[in-house]
Design a protein around this ligand. Structure first.
Ligand SMILES: Cc1cc2nc3c(=O)[nH]c(=O)nc-3n(C[C@H](O)[C@H](O)[C@H](O)COP(=O)(O)OP(=O)(O)OC[C@H]3O[C@@H](n4cnc5c(N)ncnc54)[C@H](O)[C@@H]3O)c2cc1C
Length: 503
């Protein structure tokens, strides 16, 4: 059997590309090394036989979905794949999108509603001596964010080849002077704009902006193009909870792919691809498969290891040299008795001063009250994540040091939770488990446990950013390392753009 497309990996990238191609009647095979789909957006479970009896589901990494507002990437994806009706009742919009706990105890409710949010900004960030001008600056800054954000989504969707590989790719935008404005913000860093509005000296506001950009574009304001920042800073207006957990979203794409005739094989790790006589010969841990085209949903740091074509190998080596660093994650998972104050918010960002990394934050995701697909009655499951620099050092640690470091992190995070949620300390907890970059590398095979894609860096030539296209015809890439901005909207938009161009 010769497939039209073989895809390595069933993360958001591989699954969405697979479904889009399969529904155009191509014969598609997805090969996945793990036992289930989703990658960083997957889950694992624990079963309790005694009181409380039932299943506890833990999201492994991603917990939120965004880009579901009208015309945004996930909304478009659900509409063109007929998944909208199947998922409509399972996707629950969150307002408050995130609750931010600042180190000084201030709580910032990041409301989805724009007017409510602007009032919150003025209430929480304006200093007592502020004049009308400062108020206006905040207003203008957020006005600009919202205006740019929708245009940025239009631009990244319209350009198709995004990130652009050549200057001329940018001129695929409709000829409109307003689009020149977009290009200006693509090449201007966020700090410059904050300075322009005189917001750069507002300490609390800068803490908030820094951590928001870290969880979306993996970098501080000086490194993030303002056009990208507009999407990263507006995303809590468009935050959704998936009932039953994030893997159910991946599972829905997988089910639709299989319903349409696509084939997915688990425990099939792709080890090598050879291009011979116009066909890809794909070697896996379970045997060989053949296709006319190949799509890698594994990162740019890993893909070089599975190719034998010399030009392709040196392409990925070059990328590895130009982009040698990315973040890792420390994660903590447990179930907790539902007897604490959650401020009616599922997603929390708790800021703190780490002895090692300075200003830092943890992202706390709670399962929804009474989401019995995730936890039995009276219980909730929690995923906590935080950024780790130099993730590679975790796999070099001796066993004892590794266990000790995980314990230090676990205690630190539990203390933060105890201090942030009323009565949390007194609630019973079960299944405390933590993950390091080593854990992520083990389960998702991501090099060094690098997650969240390539950190944004405006000083680097945008035309050299890894793309879905490679020097070998018919060999393509999808996933968070080939589309700026991490997460569901970026990865799925990247797959939509690619599949539209090649099919
Ligand atoms: C802690 C954490 C929190 C996050 N929070 C959010 C969030 O709230 N919202 C959001 O939108 N995003 C979030 N993200 C980011 C988001 O999860 C990822 O960007 C996205 O899921 C990546 O999808 P992907 O398709 O690029 O790759 P992956 O999810 O890495 O999928 C790749 C797949 O390929 C498989 N694979 C690897 N090597 C091989 C091989 N050789 N052969 C076959 N299969 C292979 C892996 O097993 C995996 O299933 C978070 C990420 C992390 C780590």
């Amino acid at each position: 059997m010769i497939y039209d497309y073989i895809i390595a990996g069933s993360g958001f990238g591989g699954l969405s590309a697979g479904l889009l191609l399969q529904q155009k009647n191509y014969k598609v095979l997805i090969l996945e090394s793990h036992v289930k789909s989703g990658g960083c957006a997957s889950d694992f479970k624990r079963i309790s036989k005694l009181n409380p009896k039932g299943e506890f589901i833990f999201d492994v990494g991603a917990t939120t979905l965004s880009g579901l507002e009208n015309g945004r990437p996930l909304d478009n994806f659900l509409k063109i794949t007929d998944l909208e009706n199947k998922l409509k009742n399972k996707l629950i919009k969150q307002d408050t999108g995130i609750l931010i706990h600042l180190p000084n105890g201030k709580k910032i409710f990041r409301y989805a509603d724009k007017v409510k949010w602007l009032n919150e900004v003025l209430k929480k960030f304006l200093t007592p001596d502020a004049d009308e001008k400062q108020k206006l600056n905040f207003n203008n800054f957020w006005d600009l964010i919202y205006k740019l954000e929708s245009k940025a989504y239009l631009m990244t969707g319209k350009l198709k080849k995004f990130p652009p590989q050549k200057f001329k790719d940018l001129f695929k935008l409709p000829k409109n002077p307003k689009n020149l404005n977009l290009l200006y913000y693509l090449f201007t860093d966020t700090y410059k704009i904050l300075k322009k509005y005189n917001l750069h000296q507002n300490e609390d506001f800068m803490l908030f902006i820094n951590q928001q950009l870290l969880i979306t574009f993996q970098s501080p304001p000086v490194k993030v193009p303002f056009l990208f920042a507009s999407m990263g800073l507006a995303y809590p207006s468009d935050t959704y909870y998936m009932k039953g957990g994030i893997q159910k979203f991946s599972q829905a794409i997988q089910d639709e792919f299989e319903n349409k005739g696509g084939i997915i094989k688990f425990k099939h790790r792709v080890e090598k691809t050879d291009f011979e006589n116009g066909l890809f010969k794909v070697k896996t841990s379970k045997g060989f498969y053949f296709s006319k085209n190949f799509i890698s949903n594994i990162t740019v740091w890993n893909t070089g290891d599975i190719v034998s074509d010399k030009k392709l190998k040196s392409h990925f080596e070059k990328i590895k040299k130009s982009y040698p660093d990315a973040w890792g994650a420390y994660t903590l998972y447990f179930a907790v008795e539902d007897n604490f104050e959650d401020f009616n918010t599922l997603y929390h960002q708790i800021h703190y001063k780490s002895q090692v990394t300075g200003n830092a934050s943890i992202f706390v995701s709670l399962s929804m009250k009474n989401d019995f697909e995730k936890a039995p009655e009276g219980w909730r499951t929690i995923t906590i994540s935080t950024h780790l620099s130099n993730p590679e050092k975790w796999k070099k640690m001796e066993k004892e040091e590794y266990i000790k470091n995980k314990k230090i992190f676990e205690n630190e995070k539990m203390e933060l939770l105890n201090n942030s949620f009323v009565n949390f300390k007194n609630c019973e907890k079960k299944y405390k488990l933590s993950g390091s970059p080593k854990t992520f590398e083990f389960y998702t095979k991501r090099y060094n446990g690098f997650v969240g894609g390539i950190p944004s860096d405006i000083s680097k030539n945008i035309f050299s950013f890894p793309s879905s296209f490679t020097p070998l015809k018919n060999f393509y890439m999808v996933g968070d390392s080939v589309f700026p901005g991490q997460g569901s909207p970026a990865v799925i938009l990247g797959a939509m753009n690619l599949t539209e161009l090649i099919s």
